[in-house]
Write a protein that binds this ligand. Structure first.
Ligand code: KIV
Length: 279
């Protein structure tokens, strides 16, 4: 019998020493929401691990949040390998999920498998890809090779151009039904969880009820099994204030004030002081 306390308990110390897929599955079964945050570097990843965040996503959003691109379509496979390695080397408890970059899986299962294997070699424990039934064969190939997969439905950022920008998906009845059908197709193919992005709360609730595997929402209301945010939005560093974002800190102001103070003290020769200098 397991002596582990479940995921979603108030103190991470009371939960499992290492988060596995089965803990997310248990969390869904027991109605205990879990938290996922993006992470791309050592110190942020370690802070989120210390906070007890169960899942870290090395998102292809690294392209827009770290590398200065305007779309995740610019994020490369090499970018994903670099940042996945940085996060995976820095933490031990959270489940580390990495995105398959745009252009690395759409051509078919062979391509998806090759890039998925490289992400796992870099440290990913799960890979995530965007799309519904049209990528089910890729999901199946990865899962058969022993690589767990998360799906991603609703607004799929790598398709920003064909979706005509960042827009809520699944508002019309047919589109909502397609979301449920796509989620079921991904689950049948072996997906272990599905991210739902920019989806009406009622549709996310229906998808969540239809699936055995967990859903993880971003702009998809409160009834998903887990929630995910881009960390720079969550911490008030990016300055992005989309409706679905709550900034739990004001890091942008804090960082700017620290830099202003540093600059002022350098200018006034009050830093470095004797206590920062060597005899
Ligand atoms: O890349 C990313 O950050 C994501 C989240 C928006 C879920 O895929």
């Amino acid at each position: 019998m397991s002596t582990e306390s479940p995921v979603g308990t108030p103190s991470p110390a009371a939960g499992p020493a290492k988060i596995r897929l089965r803990h997310l599955q248990q969390a869904k079964a027991q109605g205990r929401p879990f938290a996922m945050l993006t992470a791309y570097d050592q110190f942020a990843a370690q802070a989120f691990e210390a906070a007890g965040v169960e899942v870290l996503l090395v998102g292809d959003s690294v392209g827009t949040t770290v590398l200065g691109h305007s779309s995740t379509t610019a994020t490369t496979h090499q970018d994903m390998l670099t940042f996945t390695g940085a996060v995976a080397r820095s933490v031990s408890r959270p489940l580390v999920v990495a995105d398959l970059a745009f252009g690395t899986y759409e051509a078919g299962p062979t391509d998806a498998l090759r890039h998925g294997v490289e992400l796992v070699r870099a440290g990913a424990e799960v890979v995530k890809l965007e799309g519904g039934a049209e990528v089910a064969a890729q999901v199946q190939a990865l899962v058969q090779a022993g690589i767990p997969v998360f799906g991603h439905l609703g607004f799929t950022p790598q398709s920003v151009n064909s979706l005509s920008g960042h827009r809520v998906q699944g508002r019309e009845e047919a589109a909502a039904q397609k979301l449920v059908d796509d989620a079921l197709a991904l689950q049948r193919a072996g997906a272990a969880a599905i991210v739902l992005e920019l989806v009406p709360a009622a549709v996310a609730r229906a998808v969540t009820a239809a699936l055995d595997v967990p859903t993880i929402g971003i702009g998809a209301g409160p009834e998903c099994d887990g929630q995910v945010l881009v960390w720079q939005d969550m911490a008030g560093l990016s300055g992005f204030h989309g409706r679905f974002v709550k900034a739990f800190a004001d890091l942008r102001t804090d960082l700017q004030q620290a830099a202003e103070q540093y600059r002022a003290e350098v200018g006034a020769r009050s830093y470095p002081g004797p206590e920062h200098s060597f005899e």
